[in-house]
Design a protein around this ligand. Structure first.
Ligand SMILES: Nc1ncnc2c1ncn2[C@@H]1O[C@H](COP(=O)(O)OP(=O)(O)OP(=O)(O)O)[C@@H](O)[C@H]1O
Ligand SMILES: [Mg+2]
Length: 218
């Protein structure tokens, strides 16, 4: 499986999502986190801790390393000039766009609405990240706004948790942060996200197979 994590905005949780998904996927089969960000956030994060399990490498290592891995998670740079969803979709099973439920991020998505419409693919999903806890309504309202705009939004969402910042500093995943009662729950958000991603990717594959079967001559 190939998951690409991208956005129209910096600092929205791309690297955090890529790292946690790579960690969880690696528990199922060998996984490479492909760091295409010149800032090398994911590479530097992983270097702080040798026990991460999954492999982190630059895009240039992909051709050489590819056959060793079954899953790939691709982390992309902070502020792309012109995010080309169409080319990111090529070779990707799911394109994940992390977005905090804050107005700055939602405005950016609204601005990019046309780009999404042109790319129209069931393999593009918004993942709400850094969601404040209930009873704050931010996540629910963001979901409504995005759904009204016909964006496909993941049912799973990632809570806002200080533990993610500690994890980044320590070069570990959030569940390994000691003494923070939220850390385990925060990891479960990514567990649920990966389960949902797997369901989406399977469902897209089934649809494509069905379409192929209906093509005369097959
Ligand atoms: N769910 C969360 N709750 C709280 N803080 C978070 C959460 N997810 C990420 N963060 C923090 O937000 C900051 C930005 O996260 P991250 O580096 O993953 O974003 P990014 O989109 O990759 O940024 P860039 O565009 O610079 O590459 C980091 O300090 C990270 O620890
Ligand atoms: Mg990043």
């Amino acid at each position: 499986m190939v998951i690409t994590v991208a956005s129209f905005k910096g600092g929205v949780g791309k690297s955090t999502s890529a790292l946690h998904l790579a960690y969880l996927l690696n528990q199922k089969a060998p996984t490479m986190l492909v760091d295409t960000d010149p800032n090398k956030t994911a590479t530097l994060w992983a270097r702080r801790n040798d026990n991460r399990g999954f492999h982190v490498g630059p895009a240039t290592a992909l051709a050489k390393d590819a056959q060793r891995f079954q899953h790939f998670v691709i982390d992309t740079p902070a502020r792309p000039e012109n995010l080309d969803l169409q080319s990111l979709l090529e070779g990707t099973d799911l394109l994940l766009i992390p977005t905090p439920p804050a107005s700055f991020a939602l405005d950016t998505l609204q601005d990019a609405h046309e780009t999404f419409r042109e790319a129209a693919s069931p393999a593009i999903r918004i993942l709400l990240t850094s969601c404040p806890p209930a009873p704050q309504k931010d996540a629910r309202e963001a979901r409504e706004v995005l759904t009204d705009l016909r964006f496909r939004v993941m049912n799973s969402q990632i809570r806002r948790a200080k533990a993610f910042e500690y994890a980044a500093r320590q070069g570990c995943v959030v569940s390994e942060v000691k003494g923070d009662p939220i850390a385990g729950l925060a990891m479960r958000d990514y567990d649920a996200t990966l389960d949902e991603i797997e369901e989406i990717v399977e469902s897209i594959a089934r649809t494509e197979q069905g379409e192929l079967a209906n093509v005369p001559g097959n």
